[in-house]
Ligand binder design. Structure first.
Ligand SMILES: NC(=O)c1ccc[n+]([C@@H]2O[C@H](COP(=O)([O-])OP(=O)(O)OC[C@H]3O[C@@H](n4cnc5c(N)ncnc54)[C@H](O)[C@@H]3O)[C@@H](O)[C@H]2O)c1
Length: 385
């Protein structure tokens, strides 16, 4: 099957590589010639590195490069069975791309969007045949991150969903199916990892280095929240938080923080700007954490129970199955354990008590426990069998 990719930026070029590695002929389109050139050069570099490391033969690398064809119009998409869009995150632009795309593809072609935060229903509604539109959300970097969230819109036909899932499974990705709601699974459930860490810092309970140390050493997370925000970029991370919060009709649970907003406004974007929560300039000395086990455990528990609460609430609202929610967090953001399984192991009553204690102390909606946690605790049930 031939694959079309629209947008040759960070995500589009990665997705093109993934498809070509699975043997597809790929048509990579971008309105910006420079983006196509950059993507071609970057791919050549990646291929050379993989050959050097012995992970790919010279012939395979050559084949992958040859299968990706850069194009500057939609004409080449006529034989594609699947076209995925990965352009700028703007609903109006995406809708206009989808509506004109339909004139250039066959009747059986599936149209997918890699959007992180926009409504698939709204993108699909711009098409004559909205039933063939689906969300296919890769994670960055697409060739390395195993997770792909598949998002059927209300209009998506069930066979389109099945075909899409089969195709992406065939690309050796871990797929989960999620409802078309803000943040899908990962960008919704992960909010407290950042938000509650910032809140703990704002309250002066611990500094950033200590919170990062606790989450890694005690919590078992691969990166601490502040390190990770610096890695993602405070502009991107803040915008995702703000988008999710707005899209949930300003549910206070997702409220962004002034701390991160100010970081963004100051241009302290993280690694990419040389300074974020930490200083990345040459010779900068990293702050030392205060390795207090009791404080560390309290920090981890507070962030963890908020994450578990989000996972429980996503399950309660049928955003995805319990298995898919756990898979999404382990394969999309490398959590050491699925949150629902983790809650089962810790004890749901204990998680609920922790949240109720916070709610009682703060009287803030961000600590309101999901009714599913309360039900599971009341009946002594677990999330996973
Ligand atoms: N970067 C991430 O971490 C990430 C992760 C998952 C999903 N996404 C989503 O993927 C999409 C792309 O993000 P990105 O980070 O790759 O962006 P990017 O800025 O790196 O690349 C976007 C590319 O789209 C091109 N483009 C813009 N308008 C176009 C049009 N009308 N037609 C064709 N090409 C056009 C641009 O020239 C650019 O090369 C967004 O919807 C984003 O939300 C991003």
């Amino acid at each position: 099957m031939e694959i079309g990719v629209i947008g040759a930026g960070t995500m589009g070029s990665g997705i093109a590589q993934v498809a070509a590695q699975s043997g597809h002929k790929v048509w990579l389109f971008d309105t910006n010639e420079a983006a196509l050139e950059k993507a071609t050069k970057a791919l050549a570099k990646i291929m050379a590195r993989l050959v050097e490391k012995g992970r790919l033969s010279e012939a395979d690398a050559q084949g992958i490069k040859e299968r990706i064809n850069c194009v500057s119009d939609y004409q080449s998409f006529q034989n594609c069975g699947f076209v995925i869009e990965a352009i700028v995150e703007n609903l109006d632009v995406k809708r206009s791309v989808f509506s004109s795309l339909e004139d250039h593809v066959s009747d059986t072609c599936i149209l997918a969007s890699n959007t992180s935060s926009l409504s698939i229903a709204s993108i699909a509604a711009s098409c004559q045949r909205p039933e063939r539109v689906v969300g296919v959300h890769f994670f960055n970097p697409a060739p390395l991150m195993p997770l792909v969230e598949i998002v059927p819109a209300v209009q998506t036909a069930s066979d389109i969903l099945d075909q899409t899932k089969n195709l992406i499974d065939g690309w050796k990705k871990v797929t989960v199916v999620t409802k078309d709601t803000p943040g899908f699974i990962v960008n919704r459930v992960a909010r407290p990892f950042y938000g509650e860490a910032i809140r703990i810092y704002e309250e002066g309970i611990a500094d950033m280095a200590t919170i990062d140390w606790a989450m890694k050493e005690i919590g078992g997370f691969r990166m601490g929240p502040f390190e990770l925000m610096d890695y993602i970029g405070n502009d991107i991370n803040y915008t995702v938080t703000e988008t999710v919060w707005t899209a949930f009709y300003y549910d206070p649970r997702y409220k962004p923080s002034f701390t991160q907003k100010r970081m963004m406004e100051a241009g302290y974007l993280g690694r990419k700007s040389g300074r974020g929560y930490y200083d990345y300039k040459e010779g900068a000395v990293a702050p030392e954490p205060e390795k207090n086990q009791v404080v560390g455990e309290a920090i981890v528990w507070r962030i963890l129970i908020l994450l578990m609460n989000e996972a429980a609430d996503a399950l309660h609202l049928n955003i995805a199955s319990a298995q898919d929610i756990d898979l999404a967090m382990t394969k999309g953001v490398n959590y050491p354990k699925g949150l629902l399984q983790w809650a089962d192991e810790e004890g749901i009553q204990k998680v609920l008590d922790g949240l109720d204690k916070l709610y009682l102390a703060y009287h803030e909606e961000r600590y309101r426990a999901s009714v599913l946690l309360r039900q599971k605790a009341a009946f002594g049930q677990k999330f996973l069998g």
